[in-house]
Design a binder for this molecule. Sequence first.
Ligand SMILES: C[S@@+](CC[C@H](N)C(=O)[O-])C[C@H]1O[C@@H](n2cnc3c(N)ncnc32)[C@H](O)[C@@H]1O
Length: 346
Amino acid sequence: MDLLSECKASEVFEGQVVVYKHMHAYIDSMCLKWCLELNIADIIHKHGQPITLHDLVSTLQVPPSKISGVHRLMRHLAHNGFFDIIRFHDNNNEEEKEAYALTVASKLLVKGTQHSLAPMTKGALDPTVSGAYHFLGKWTFEDNLTLFDVSLGTNLWEFFSKNPSRLSFFNESMISDSQMLKLGLKDHGAVFEGLESIVDVGGGNGTISKIINAMFPELKCIVFDLPHVVENLSGSNNNLSFVGGDMFHSIPHADAILLKIVECTSRRRTEAACLDIGVSATILMELQYGDGDGAAVTRLAKRYARHGLDGGGDVGARMSLRQVGDEACDGSQCATCPSSLQEFVL
Ligand SMILES: C[S@@+](CC[C@H](N)C(=O)[O-])C[C@H]1O[C@@H](n2cnc3c(N)ncnc32)[C@H](O)[C@@H]1O
């Protein structure tokens, strides 16, 4: 049976392009990882000006047989928005040369800066995390197991408790993500108005709470996470504390819960539990991607929501309290947002 007998050859090839494009989409991620492994953003930053391929490969000491590989990498990353290609002539030379300049995206890959996303990128592209996606098919048929349960044979948090070096690696990546939110918090502190205390549920090592505590010293922040995550952590002042426990059993009381990168299922269960204990507000911090057409648009949309104050409100019917970015996410865009596919890993 030829399913395509009624299609023109050009339509079949268009379909093939769609298949091939997505079949190879992981190459974008791998090139980003490659770029990080070669420290290319750091090298250009240190160079102080756009760098030519010649200078880049000599700094890297790449063997001649691999120079064309690095050239292709740079052109691919430039195409994906990580570098600008600057064309110039030097010393009245007829021949046009090109050099690679940092863009905002690659400036975020420079290590050791205030807003470096290098640890986050490294963490997300680590085979422990990215490799889990090879198990999606198997995961579909494993009732009640998360993707990590299937790929690692254990809960991710259990895995970390037995592999402290992986936990610190993961924490590093979360810290870098939290540092970014300083930018959003600076202009939108009003979300904390009327609150005397918040509990940062699944707050990790408390980076975002520390930032909030420094910006709003009057607000009491409790960082709540699994016991082994917070066991050696303590606050630097009376308004910052760390509490260990299981969010599905009980959560310290506060005026609001803060949920940052805590996936949907935990979020719903936590919010439901909070209604039971009379917590009135949820502050969600999320990064949402562009609008579904695959365009390289990244939208920062943080949604702050407050649910029914009577303690019996429907969690699904939250009303918007504050909104930063173009638009709040109401879940309707989940199908087009890559982060919706990260929801079931944990
Ligand atoms: C993706 S991390 C987010 C960390 C932090 N909110 C951030 O954005 O940097 C999820 C956190 O939830 C914590 N967690 C997972 N299960 C938990 C549970 N049952 N009770 C409390 N915390 C939990 C993990 O230890 C981890 O630190």
